[in-house]
Design a protein around this ligand. Structure first.
Ligand code: NAD
Length: 304
């Protein structure tokens, strides 16, 4: 039987509708409007496109959203001053500095200057530590891993007691999703294994997985015979494997493939995410969710 396809596009749209309502209620009942600033240094085309997508979504949800464009030549000290200004701005609840930054700027120094309580990307060392501790300590989950957890929950998979195998140990996907899945509570409480380039028998670990999360960046790494029948497969990988002509625009567009052989895997798994249209659409949505949570936290409205 063919697997259920977990559509990130549909689930992200559903969450955005929920957020839109929440934002309207926050405004009507408490006079609170979530504020997000995206800081873009220079004009790297990929960065411009990412920031534009984030701003567009923030506008659609009714946020106070600010796009702050800075020259590629901005001095590091001036960028730090700008972050400090937004740290102190009570109308701003989320600060995002689009990476990469020009070479003369120390990225780590800049990201660490963001107030951890406005770090809606969830990568500040304080937020990484909070996630490690878990429970009420956690303020913001990093967006892609948070999106993965949401996909698993909304697809109806039981995580408590499940064997979760994560392929990849990066700081932006592998480590945080493993950490999220092992916490106590909703959508977690799993037995987690992380496998990576140092792992001896990748196949044996993958075969045990009730939930297999693959974030390696290697097209077709996970073979269909590695998948446990009926399991939930989350393919985070996005790999450009060629180009094709778009019928819509008449322009060449990249052909994207995941880390899992989708066509064969969908005949074995119980549920699987496609690439594109799986994890990808969730990331910006979770950034918005974090910004709403931050606005509530700053207004003393958590849990309302
Ligand atoms: P990364 O390169 O930082 O980390 C990849 C990890 O996979 C490493 O820890 C490595 O040990 C492991 N790995 C690589 N090859 C392996 C192999 N042959 N066997 C076992 N382990 C192996 O990558 P990343 O930033 O974690 O991203 C992973 C993939 O997810 C990429 O394709 C990236 O484009 C994609 N991604 C998608 C989204 C999204 O959809 N929103 C977000 C982030 C990353």
């Amino acid at each position: 039987m063919s697997a259920k396809i977990i559509s990130g596009t549909e689930i992200a749209a559903q969450i955005r509708e929920e957020l839109k309502k929440e934002v309207a209620e926050l405004k009507d009942q408490h006079g609170v409007v979530p504020g997000l600033v995206t800081i873009l240094v220079g004009k790297n085309p990929a960065s411009v496109s990412y920031v534009t997508g984030k701003q567009k979504t923030a506008h659609e949800l009714g946020f106070n959203s600010i796009q702050d464009d800075q020259s590629e030549n901005i001095a590091e000290a001036d960028l730090l001053k700008l972050i400090d200004k937004y740290n102190k701005d009570s109308k701003i609840h989320g600060i995002l500095v689009q990476l990469p930054l020009p070479k003369h700027i120390d990225e780590k120094k800049v990201l660490n200057a963001i107030d951890p309580d406005k770090d809606v990307d969830g990568f500040h060392p304080v937020n990484v530590g909070r996630l490690m501790i878990g429970g009420a300590e956690v303020k913001f989950l990093p967006c892609t891993p948070a999106g993965i957890q949401e996909l698993i929950v909304r697809a109806g998979f039981e995580t408590s007691g499940a064997e979760v195998v994560v392929v990849g140990r990066s700081n932006i996907v592998g480590k945080p999703i493993a950490n999220i899945m092992l916490q106590k509570g909703r959508g977690a409480n799993a037995t987690v294994t992380i496998v990576h380039t140092g792992t001896k028998n990748l196949e044996a670990h993958c075969k045990r997985a009730d939930i297999l999360i693959v974030a390696a960046g290697v097209p077709g790494l996970v073979k269909p015979e590695w998948i446990k029948p009926g399991s939930c497969v989350i393919d985070v990988g996005v790999n450009r494997v060629g180009e094709k002509l778009s019928e819509k625009t008449g322009k060449m567009v990249p052909i994207l493939k995941g880390d899992v052989d989708f066509d064969a895997a969908k005949e074995i798994a119980g549920a699987i995410t496609p690439v594109p249209g799986g994890v990808g659409p969730m990331t910006i949505t979770m950034l918005m969710k974090n910004t709403v949570a931050s606005a509530k936290m700053h207004a003393g409205l958590q849990g309302k």
